[in-house]
Design a protein around this ligand. Sequence first.
Ligand SMILES: [Zn+2]
Length: 263
Amino acid sequence: MRRNLTCTICLILTLACASCQSLHTTSTSTPFQHRFVREQLVLHSDFPLPEQHRLVEQLTQQRDFLCEKLDIPATDEPIHIYLFADDTSYYDYLRLRFPNFPARRAIFVETDVELSVYAHWGDHVAEDLRHEVAHGYLHAAISDLPLWLDEGLAEYFEVGRSRKGLNQPHLDMLLAQSELASWQPNLKRLEQLASAADMTQQDYAEAWAWVHYLLESKDKAALLTDYLADLRQGITEPTLSARLEKRLVVPRLAMAEHLQILR
Ligand SMILES: [Zn+2]
């Protein structure tokens, strides 16, 4: 049965998600008194949210950007966004609705019948919603996306279109750890990660870096888009790391060089 959870990590905390934990829900009365639909997005909130808000515009436009960038078709599966005016009511609701799930600033929930995002209107709401809604658009189009790639793509799209995927905190972290010789790219290792509970902040950063390298380097995007096209058909082999090794002598060096150029 298709049922899993993914969630964003806070960029200022070194916390891992627990996406593959079982989802146990309890019934609660809904606090969402406001609702409107914008294209594929269904927005529910416990406060009046302007339908013409610029963030809502960005989120609806994100679908075309994401589909164009990844060469995947747009879908019309609704993505429900549940928004709280403040963090207290948000975390209270999460404790009731998902008692076995560790609290995170925003979460993406996929069940057999619904794709949904939960978040609160805090300082990071824009990046949180861009991140979680990216998961929604991706999951609507591609089933069984590898965990590392799911998160790497969400980290790429969370910064907004104008930044061309440049996630500066991730770049800074990887460059700093590179200089300390405490990290080097290893896509095969990332591909082995099966649970977000095992993902560190560094793993999220590296997942972002591989996605950015592929999408923003000359002549590399097709490696990723062809792989995504295969995944849509249920073809999982060869892995992306195997495809990269066929194309490049030492992929990890090429990716590390890409980060240095971004410096
Ligand atoms: Zn995520």
